[in-house]
Structure formats: structure tokens, C-alpha cells
Write a protein that binds this ligand. Structure first.
Ligand code: CA
Ligand code: CA
Ligand code: CA
Ligand code: ZN
Length: 342
């Protein structure tokens, strides 16, 4: 995985300092530790195909046992806490998870520390997915900063700090938000866009693009990390968190809906985001995950914080043309035209 950008940043800092003071000594990379941890990957409904699963007041019932996975947490600072290159985890609801000897205890869903480990693992996985596309390597870095992820008692199912989009807060309404990787990565999508365009999402349409991108990234990262789902529809976002507020099959939202601009606009960013996310889904279907996600993310650098659907679609077509040529640009145009955006 490319790690050079942050190293370069710290070297730059060290060299700047050195110019004014002592001879340069490259700072050691503080985020090279790993530890094992236990997670859902991405969530028990998608993994087990059980639409009848319920929160059961956070009980660790035997039905969940096959959904736990032992994974390696990377980019840690070696302190034994969930502090790393891309995220530091804070909890307002329980003691901090603590690793000893390179292993976090096998926390399960009835422990607050399980969601802490989930948050760390899935934010890092999302950043590594973005880097796997070339960002931070052959392409410019995207959101390669340490964000703060908080587990808080308050907060429903969209518990992001609206006044601080760099960071994430995961609530505990219904199923704990931190038990569903697709909720975590959706929220990280907001951080990604804020990293690309500070303050992004100040209007109804730009806000809808923000929600849509979070949903798209959630599905893309979940499929990249765990394989295309076979027991739930790939286009279904947050199959597990949504069990507490939807009918089966449970999806917070979908990427493959039929909403069309402008007649399906209702003025609510999540609902209207389904217009945009369907276009992203169609781009992915036409060009494949890697090319689609690359051009979608690359295009976002050119978005105004208050962009319209039309302007953002044009920027996305332009990014497709720059990266992959006119045939790809044509596929992107087709996707936005089908939604009434172009
Ligand atoms: Ca829990
Ligand atoms: Ca929830
Ligand atoms: Ca899903
Ligand atoms: Zn959101």
C-alpha cells in the first residue's frame, strides 16, 4: 500500500524545521504497528443472509457467531489504543479498547469496544481502498489525514457532526451504527469529500451528492474488502443498521433506484441522493469498480462546495475523459442523462 505521501509530508516538515535549526533527521514513521481484532465484514445481514436478525438489545446471541471475523488492524501507532494514521477512536460510552501483545481482545457486539474496533478497521479499509485506486500514488492524495471517530450515545442513524465534517460520530440508535461497516464508510465518505473540498455540501443538491457518494463508497469498499455479496443485493446500503427501521429486505437506501431529476426531488438530501447514487451505480456497472470509483473521486476535486447536479455531472464526465478517454466519458454521460441530470 502506498504510504509515501504522509512520509513526504513529515519529511517536508522535518526539512523545513531543519533549514532553520539543526541538521535534518527524517522522523520515523509512527504508524507502522498492526494488531488483530474482531469485526463484522461488513455486517451480519449481508454476511449471513438473515433478514430476520434483530438488534435484541445488543445481545450477543449465538446466531451472530458465524459473522465475526478476525482481521489485522494496520497503520496503528503501537500504543495499544485505536490510534493510527487515518483515524483515532474516542468513545463516550465505554472504556477504550486496548490491545496487548499485538491483539485486541475478541470483543463482540455487546461490548462497546467492538464498535470502536469496527470504526478503526473500516475507516482504514476505506482509505486503503482509495489508495488502491492510485490516490496518494499516481494520483493526488485523498483525505490522507487522521480523523477522529467518536462512539456516542446520542445520534440516530445519521449522526455526523454537521459542523465538523472531517470527523465522524457514530450513534447507538437501534442497531449500534458502528456494527455496520456500510454506515461507518458512508460517514467516512463525508470526510473524504470534505478533505477534497473543504465545507462541501452547503446546498440541497450538493448535500444530496454527499449522501449519494457516501452510499456509493460504502458499497464499493464493502465489496472490495469482503467480495460481492451473494446473500443480499449489492446495491443495498446498511443491510444491518436498517433492520430497526425498514421492512425486509432491509436497506437504508439503495443505489439502483429509478428516481429521476427533477420530478423526484423532494428537498431532503438523503432521498434526493438516490438520484445521484443511481448514476454512480450505472457508471460502475458500465466501467467496472476500479475505473468508476477512480473517476468519481477524481472528479470531486473540481466540485464547488455548493455545486449543482448539472455542474458536478459535467465535472465527472470531464474526469472520465481525462482519465479514460471518450468512450468512458460517453458512458458517464449516458448515466447522468438517464437520470435527467444532463
Ligand atoms: Ca453493540
Ligand atoms: Ca443505528
Ligand atoms: Ca450492503
Ligand atoms: Zn450522510
Amino acid at each position: 500500500m502506498p504510504r509515501t505521501p504522509l512520509v513526504i509530508m513529515s519529511l517536508t516538515g522535518a526539512l523545513t524545521l531543519a533549514a532553520a535549526a539543526a541538521p535534518a533527521v527524517a522522523a520515523a514513521d509512527p504508524y507502522t504497528a498492526t494488531a488483530t481484532g474482531t469485526v463484522f465484514a461488513p455486517n451480519p445481514v449481508q454476511q449471513l443472509g438473515l433478514q430476520t436478525l434483530t438488534d435484541a438489545k445488543d445481545a450477543d446471541l449465538p446466531v451472530f457467531a458465524p459473522a465475526y471475523r478476525t482481521v489485522t488492524l494496520t497503520d496503528l501507532d503501537g500504543s495499544g489504543t485505536l490510534t493510527g494514521r487515518y483515524v483515532r477512536v474516542k468513545s463516550g460510552t465505554g472504556a477504550a479498547a486496548r490491545a496487548t501483545g499485538g491483539a485486541f481482545p475478541a470483543y463482540h457486539r455487546d461490548a462497546d469496544q467492538f464498535e470502536q474496533v469496527m470504526g478503526y478497521y473500516w475507516v482504514t479499509a476505506a482509505q486503503r481502498y482509495i489508495q488502491s485506486l492510485g490516490f496518494g500514488g499516481s494520483l493526488r492524495p485523498v483525505n490522507q489525514r487522521q480523523i477522529e471517530l467518536r462512539i456516542d450515545q446520542y445520534g440516530g442513524d445519521n449522526s455526523f457532526f454537521r459542523d465538523d465534517k472531517a470527523n465522524i460520530s457514530l450513534g447507538k440508535g437501534g442497531v449500534d451504527d458502528g456494527e455496520d461497516a456500510e454506515v461507518i464508510v458512508h460517514e467516512y465518505g463525508h470526510s473524504v469529500q470534505d478533505g477534497q473540498v473543504p465545507g462541501f455540501g452547503t446546498t440541497a443538491e450538493s448535500g444530496a451528492i454527499g449522501e449519494a457518494f457516501g452510499d456509493y463508497l460504502a458499497v464499493a469498499v464493502s465489496s472490495w474488502a469482503t467480495g460481492t455479496p451473494t446473500r443480499t443485493d449489492e446495491a443495498c446500503v446498511a443491510d444491518w443498521d436498517s433492520t430497526s427501521y425498514t421492512n425486509a429486505p432491509h436497506c437504508l437506501r439503495r443505489l439502483d433506484g429509478d428516481k429521476h431529476y427533477p420530478q423526484d426531488v423532494v428537498g431532503e438530501v438523503h432521498a434526493d441522493g438516490e438520484i445521484w447514487s443511481r448514476a454512480l451505480w450505472d457508471i460502475r456497472t458500465a466501467l467496472g469498480d476500479r475505473r468508476a470509483s477512480t473517476l468519481i473521486i477524481e472528479a470531486q476535486f473540481a466540485f464547488a462546495p455548493d455545486t449543482t447536479f448539472a455542474a458536478a455531472a459535467q465535472a465527472t464526465v470531464a474526469a472520465a475523459r481525462r482519465l479514460y478517454g471518450s468512450a468512458a466519458a460517453g458512458a458517464v454521460t449516458t448515466a447522468f442523462t438517464a437520470r435527467g441530470i444532463l
